[in-house]
Design a protein around this ligand. Sequence first.
Ligand code: FES
Length: 191
Amino acid sequence: MVDALGLGLGLTLVVIVVALHYSEGTEWRTPDDISQEVLERRAETVPETDFPEPMNRSIGGGGGAVAVGGGAEGELEGEDEEEAGFDPASISDDEVEYYEIEYVNEGETIEVANNENLLDAGEDEGWDLPYACRQGQCLSCGGKVQDGNANEYVQHSNNETLGEDEVEKGYVLTCTAYPTDDFSLETNETP
Ligand code: FES
């Protein structure tokens, strides 16, 4: 009888030990190494760049650029110059010319150099002219050449807001417009 009880207890203990041995418990498991996965995901979010291939130093493929030749490069340079706009700093002292600009609303005619913009010239007279960015990026400083197509009277160092048709109607950005002729200007005019 006692033996049977001891045997039963022994068997129960064995069963418990075996069950504990195979149970998973809450042991700490080292996470899988996901660094490679993270790197790949990050790489997917970065746009492809035009890094030159080894032995190919021209961006976008050296072979093609060589084949295109000098003519096309010349055209590209020309386009860049056009987009960059006129640079008043490139006018040397002996190239500076002055034009008679009538500021209609202010009721005065002043001389403005071809390396001075219409806004600065007006402010030098003490006039409170409108402006915001002073970089050709808004319309706050807009004015209008009374005499017609503004292309014939000013050149812009930067114009990011006026369309070509608006410039042809006489509109200018006074903060980036430099005179190339005499004309009458209405300040505070926008299309
Ligand atoms: S002040 Fe913004 S374009 Fe002249």
